[in-house]
Design a protein around this ligand. Sequence first.
Ligand SMILES: [Zn+2]
Length: 243
Amino acid sequence: MNTGTALVISAHSADFVWRCGGAIALHQQKGIDVTVVCLSYGERGESAKLWKQEGMTLDRVKTERRKEAESAAAALGVADIQFLDCGDYPLQLDRDEKFRLVDLIRKVQPGFILTHSKYDPYNTDHMYASELTLEARMIAQAWGHNPGEKVLGAPQVYLFEPHQTEQMAWKPDVFLDITPVWDRKWAAIQCMQGQEHLWHYYENVGENRGNHFRRNSGGQSGGRDCRYAEGFQSVFPRTVDEL
Ligand SMILES: [Zn+2]
């Protein structure tokens, strides 16, 4: 359902860029306000290049990661970006922090939510974020949680593409054409100075998913042209009036 807003729940501060930067830029362009929540900065686990610099501290890593994420968010035209700073490796939220996330979901009232795949043996923070998203969505829907507040509807949860896709039990059922905003995603990717080794990998992922878009939008009888796409796996069934 299109409520005019969407929410991205990102375990670390760069994940949203690689995995759904195109979806963010595209929906912003369509007038949907996208809020990005970074549960942590990925300060311990996803900042190796920064830690190799002499005299690096945890606070400096967090500051650098925040700056990168804010620049990337600006490149994508994100309406709002929030940093919950819950710590990473391991990412773990206590009860109060979970309720903060629920408050945020209720405030945004997203038409859809984007988050990580359910399974990721390389990065348990990612699968924790996925489980947490479903938990927070459930609480936000409960009439008995902070009675009087507006409860959440039933926004679809789209799981974005993980790293090393084939290992993650992730199977896309939606391909989104991001060709019109690819330049924005590429600009956001380049804000991730600490992870330059991933830039071309994700350009390649975009091209491959573009091929899947073309094949599934008409195949050999003539599909839609598409140079770059993002794949998503939806969690909940769709309710329709016709097929
Ligand atoms: Zn991550």
